[in-house]
Design a protein around this ligand. Sequence first.
Ligand code: KIV
Length: 255
Amino acid sequence: MDRPVTPDDIRRSKLERRKLACLTAYDYPTARLLDEAGVDVILVGDSVGMVVLGHPDTTLVTMADMLHHTRIAVRGVKRALVVADLPYHSYETPAQALENARRLMDEGAGAVKLEGGVSRRPQIETIVSARIPLMAHIGMLPQNVREEGGYKLKGRDEAGIVALIEDGRAVESAGAFSVVIEIVARDAAQRITAALGIPTIGIGSGEHCDGQILVTHDLIGLFPWFTPKFVRPEAQVGTVIRDAVRRFVDRTHAG
Ligand code: KIV
């Protein structure tokens, strides 16, 4: 596709049985490289908090951070759909969600994402009624990591699967054009995917989703101190950087 990817293209990909390849970017060169490589969606995720800002989790990421990183990432993108995350506590009420979604769109995002299913239905409806495209996010919700005490697998039993399908149906009927499903058991992800008319984009949720998303730093080994178990890195960029810098240091010290 030569023209820019739209939320409708993403929604239609499910009918067309076209799998979606999605990655995160938070800056101009990375966004540009990902766009040139043909990703469908570039997520300016609040994972920026961990892999760029050095926080222990995403709960310390602010609206100011997300506005800044969205502004610089969109400059590198010509084709992919740029989705920007609403950070922790930025969508407590439908009115606050709409105001902050508008601010991210004003920075050039093509859509916004927030975490939560049934409980976030009013926020999603309000954002979508204002004609702002919304990607939902269910399953393990990283913004709840402190309450949950870790990144724990969801959809392990029948009750858990039924609740996830309810979340998926709620975000679809509220108007989301796609939904991320994070760290959900493979069979549960398959059932959610079969139950929904919008594409599911999995992270750590098996191969049956309609697309896959990863944090780019995990995929290319740019955050070598921690890699989630479900990621198969395609490169070790951290090692390349360290080795190049060592050679520069040696060459300079040697005069
Ligand atoms: O912030 C993020 O990078 C995300 C992905 C893990 C889906 O939400």
